[in-house]
Design a protein. Structure first.
Lengths: 240, 217
């Protein structure tokens, strides 16, 4: 796969950043208009070819970063295709995060992808209305999405359908004030400082670090631990 | 026969010394303070610099950082403490043996600093009793050393006669906030960050914190 440099040769990177995002197309645009600003990443064009109706629009941010807005209903299909297709091969999920722009605008869930063999980055965004914050989990595609989606759930309240272990990860387990990074969340939280202090100290620190979360510690078998040990097996261990 | 042996100050002088028990106990305590470092942020970097060779805390008896609370004498809380870390800090304080002292190093540990937000303890004195507050963001190593010398001065003034008043702990208080609800409100009201002060003073009105639903209940 050859990678075309997106920025025009006459502009430097700082100029492109200062110019702001460029709309590659608008949702109502024609097919010709969609190609008016060619995306720097050929995956965008390929994505439009495969998921024509599910790719809403794309834009180029900060000079050369391709952003694709897709249908939240089909996020696992799209990201699974980007992961599995031989030409795309986005095998590294760098980040899952979300943005709340406030003002009642939809909350955006952001998937930052990176293809190690192609050295290509792609940002996929889904817009979720504030009254229906749910999207399918991508832990089946990248296992590393587990904690990232827990973080988005913890701080934004987005529910990931099919997530194996969807619970808070940064805020305490007994946190009852909501999801702090939402724009409607007050800066100091919803409870008084005295109540926050009291609730914090009712936590048992050992609840955070249960052995099951760290992983069961299995006894290490040392190779060559006495020649007789291999033969007698457990009986040799019981003598000690 | 005792005159045959050389005394403390030469031949013929006494071979014993009289002193006050208070003085010698306090002398031993203040010159062997082992710090329990609780470093969570940039203040911890200055604390490490204080322990390194340039400033050399060992000169003052802080011979080694004690990474076990059971063998430590002074808790140095260096950096911001979120609410999730509050029970950890409280437990470390409860695990320390008496006599023990606490230093709140830097603006964040002392008052929450600029972090007047939902996740941050507004001063560790709501969690544990603090003996010395060190201002600064972060304090220089000289500041930490001065704070430790103030702890030493505080120990110099202690007496075994009021040992119970100074050192006894209520076992029911372990794991609980040091400050009551009213005191927490008092501590976090006027001594919050500048935004909070401006709001309390009525000098500045900002929409972000002026909304009715943002006010503390």
């Amino acid at each position: 796969m050859t990678r075309e440099p997106a920025p025009a040769p006459s502009m430097s990177g700082f100029d492109l950043v200062a110019a702001g995002p460029r709309e590659a197309s608008d949702p109502s645009g024609t097919a010709a208009a969609r190609e008016s600003v060619p995306p720097g990443n050929p995956s965008v064009t390929a994505l439009r070819g495969h998921f024509a109706e599910a790719v809403f629009r794309n834009r180029i941010c900060a000079g050369d970063e391709d952003v694709v807005y897709v249908d939240p209903e089909r996020i696992t299909d799209i990201l699974g295709w980007l992961h599995d297709d031989a030409d795309q091969h986005y095998d590294h999920l760098a980040d899952v995060t979300a943005v709340d722009y406030g003002g009642g605008r939809p909350l955006e869930v952001v998937y930052q992808l990176w293809s190690i063999p192609n050295r290509a980055a792609l940002r996929v965004k889904c817009e979720l209305p504030l009254d229906a914050l749910a999207i399918d989990s991508v832990t089946g595609i990248w296992a590393g999405a587990n904690w990232l989606e827990r973080e988005v759930y913890d701080l934004f309240g987005v529910h990931f359908n099919g997530h194996p272990d969807l619970r808070r990860i940064l805020m305490p387990d007994n946190y009852a004030e909501g999801h702090p990074l939402r724009k409607d969340f007050p800066l100091r939280g919803r409870f008084s400082r005295a109540e926050q202090t009291r609730r914090a100290l009712t936590q048992d620190p050992e609840d955070y670090y249960v052995p099951g979360e760290i992983g069961e510690r299995t006894p290490q078998v040392v190779e060559g631990d006495g020649g007789a040990g291999a033969d007698s097996g457990a009986a040799g261990g019981d003598d000690v | 026969m005792g005159l045959d042996k050389p005394g403390l100050l030469g031949s013929g002088t006494p071979t014993f010394l009289t002193t006050r028990l208070d003085f010698v106990v306090n002398w031993a305590r203040r010159n062997s303070l082992w710090p329990m470092p609780f470093g969570t942020a940039c203040c911890a970097i200055e604390m490490m610099a204080s322990a390194a060779s340039d400033y050399d805390l060992a000169r003052f008896g802080m011979e080694r950082m004690s990474f076990s609370p059971r063998q430590a004498d002074v808790l140095i809380c260096a950096g911001r403490v979120p609410y999730k870390l509050a029970p950890v800090l409280r437990r470390i304080w409860d695990q320390m043996m008496q006599p023990k002292w606490c230093i709140s190093m830097g603006a964040c540990a002392s008052s929450g600093g600029v972090f007047d937000v939902y996740s941050m303890v507004q001063g560790i004195d709501t969690i544990v009793p603090v003996d010395v507050y060190i201002p600064g963001c972060p304090p220089r190593p000289e500041g930490l050393i001065y704070g430790l010398m103030m702890v030493q001065e505080k120990i110099r003034g202690e007496s075994l006669a009021n040992h119970t008043a100074l050192r006894a702990e209520d076992p029911l208080a372990t794991g609980r906030p040091r400050a009551g609800d009213e005191e927490v409100s008092d501590l976090t009201g006027p001594f919050g960050n500048s935004t909070h002060q401006n709001r309390v003073s009525g000098l500045v009105e900002t929409d972000a914190i002026g909304r009715a639903e943002d006010r503390l209940p």
